[in-house]
Design a protein around this ligand. Structure first.
Ligand code: FPP
Length: 253
């Protein structure tokens, strides 16, 4: 969890892990006098496109914010539409994802989902668990605060059971209880749709992530737009708390 200061070179051109807030489906539809449903369907097509683009470029992990803990507050028909869309997309795409060697994984509190969706999520994860290509993480009923809370609760349980002492609780230890602990931390965060906020996405994991915001609406996001985000990433100097001179390797030790 401690930032890898060996990985600070601006020449680290390709992000290993890209995390995306897919915003703008509703506005995309509104601008075309279409229903929000049509916007979300088009958003699902963009998901397929970006999964392929990430695989082709050799990105190791793609994490997509599909449904936040707060999205339950949307009108009930829209929530139902999104749930149906997740299930139908999963059913339709799982074979293609498996053949493409994609490992699928879900993070978030899945207990709130219908039993059919929960079962299908478990099956899809199981089916692709041994795949070695892109790891596609779908954050569904996920919230960064939820993640930190569930990690803290489990650490407290371990302490109460005498398996660890309070003095042993460090950031590295807590990290091991968070959702993406076994994967590289996100290098690049992208938010489409023009808003510039994190909206309770990977709060813990984004500590050293490069942030990139684009006005492009999610259904219009494609490989070219991904390349523009990666180019912006490649031009940044990641310092992880060091000075730019240290990073450039010219400072005294
Ligand atoms: C935000 O746009 C989008 C969502 C809350 C849902 C994301 C869902 C998809 C991209 C569809 C399918 C996804 C998977 C993983 C199969 P918004 O509705 O808030 O847009 P707006 O801000 O323009 O109203």
């Amino acid at each position: 969890m401690t930032p890898d200061v060996r990985a600070v070179s601006p020449c680290e051109l390709l992000p290993r892990h890209v995390a995306i807030v897919m915003d703008g489906n509703g506005r995309w539809a509104q601008r075309r006098s279409l229903t929000r449903t049509a916007g979300h369907r088009e958003g699902a097509k963009a998901v397929r496109r970006i999964v392929e683009a990430c695989s082709e470029r050799g990105i190791e992990v793609l994490t997509l914010f599909a449904f936040s803990s707060e999205n339950w507050r949307r009108p009930r028909p829209e929530v139902e539409l999104l749930m149906n869309l997740f299930l139908t997309t999963l059913r339709r795409e799982i074979r293609r994802l498996d053949v493409a060697n994609v490992r699928l994984r879900f993070i978030g509190d899945r207990s709130a989902f219908a039993a059919t969706l929960q079962e299908y999520i478990a099956k899809a994860e199981q089916r692709t668990v041994a795949n070695t290509g892109l790891t596609l993480v779908i954050a569904a009923n996920y919230g960064g605060r939820w993640d930190i809370t569930q990690a803290s609760r489990r650490v407290a349980e371990a302490a109460a059971a005498g398996r660890l002492q309070p003095g042993e609780i460090t950031a590295d230890l807590l990290h091991r209880y968070t959702c993406l602990a076994d994967l590289p931390e996100p290098d690049l965060f992208i938010r489409t749709g023009g808003e510039q906020r994190i909206s309770n996405f990977l709060l813990w994991q984004l500590a050293y992530t490069e942030l990139y915001f684009t006005d492009r609406l999610w259904p219009d996001f494609d490989g070219e737009a991904l390349d523009a985000a990666c180019a912006a990433f490649a031009s940044r100097q990641r310092r992880f708390g060091q000075t730019s001179e240290q990073v450039a390797g010219v400072a005294d030790a």
